[in-house]
Design a protein around this ligand. Sequence first.
Ligand SMILES: *Cc1c(COP(=O)(O)O)cnc(C)c1O
Length: 362
Amino acid sequence: MQLRIPGPTPCPEQVLGAMGKQMINHRGKQFGEFIHQVTDNLKGVFQTKGDVFILTSSGTGGMEAAVVNTLSPGDKVLAISNGFFGERFGEIAQMFGVEVDWLRFDWGKAADPQEVRDALKNNNLIKAVLVTHNETSTGVTSDLASISAIVKEFDKLILVDAISSLGSIDLPVDTWQCDVVVTASQKGWMTPPGLAMVSMSQKAWQAHAQARLPRYYWDFSKAKSFLDIGQTPWTPALSTLYALTVALELMKQEGLPNIFARHAKVAKAARQRVKSLDLSIFPDEEFASNTVTAIKAPDAVEVSQLLQILREECGVTLSGGQQRLAGKIFRIGHLGWVSEADIDEVIAALRVTLPRVGHKVP
Ligand SMILES: *Cc1c(COP(=O)(O)O)cnc(C)c1O
């Protein structure tokens, strides 16, 4: 079976096995040592000396936490959007009464740092910039280093949705001065769904001290004061945390540079082999993601039929397009526990299935 969607992703046996462990007292000493250990290992992957919190939620909860912990009603933000998830980030801010200036790019394009600079130049009331590092819906990685450098020229906050990039694509949080960075366990972390992980910079804490959006479950002051005594404010998802601990050990053994290189290599192989089937990559290839490959569906091909045959007859599960891209693209997730051999299996399945749905392969 090949589950090749951009999350949830397959988990190694050791990771799944850890979830069978007995519960412990989350207000006890053993948990204190455990949560400090996991958090320290996470900071290694975030490449930060700042704070990292583990929340019981999917990635979207982490996005909401980023917003409510740093902003106030009536604050103005610049929401950079080049896809489905960029829209979501801005919508969350809007829902809380934050005033959103949109900087939108065509789906399939990366965010253009120059346009970010122009937008900030033209509006000095903007307090924070929301950006998606890796837009999973279109398979595009934006140049976060450049965008962040520009945001810092203007001394604004930058809140980053790195849900499908962190841990798979290099994102040195401190070096790139990213203030709040969000990721989630079911993406590149080889861990089941259920945890969001969020970092906070010093500048984010300063904003937090002034921020007046309503927050309770997501309040990072509470998260910090509890973490200081080896606890979480609310009952943690222990089993998923056990799994994450093991996954982080595996990541440590492999080493960050090797993990990033593996994702780059697998992604390159995916793009090359997809093209060898006479298919085209949906986004600008210069910005094609190392964690998800979006492929244009040929006109003759009904995406839902393609995905159904792949799933039912080949044991390969891929994703379709979201929202306006439904029926127009399909996507191969290659993040977390993935190798070139997995891509070979996906391509072999596509090679036999595509001709059956109306696309000749060379
Ligand atoms: C998956 C994903 C999300 C949403 O995460 P959930 O865990 O489904 O809440 C948000 N942004 C990006 C870029 C994602 O890939």
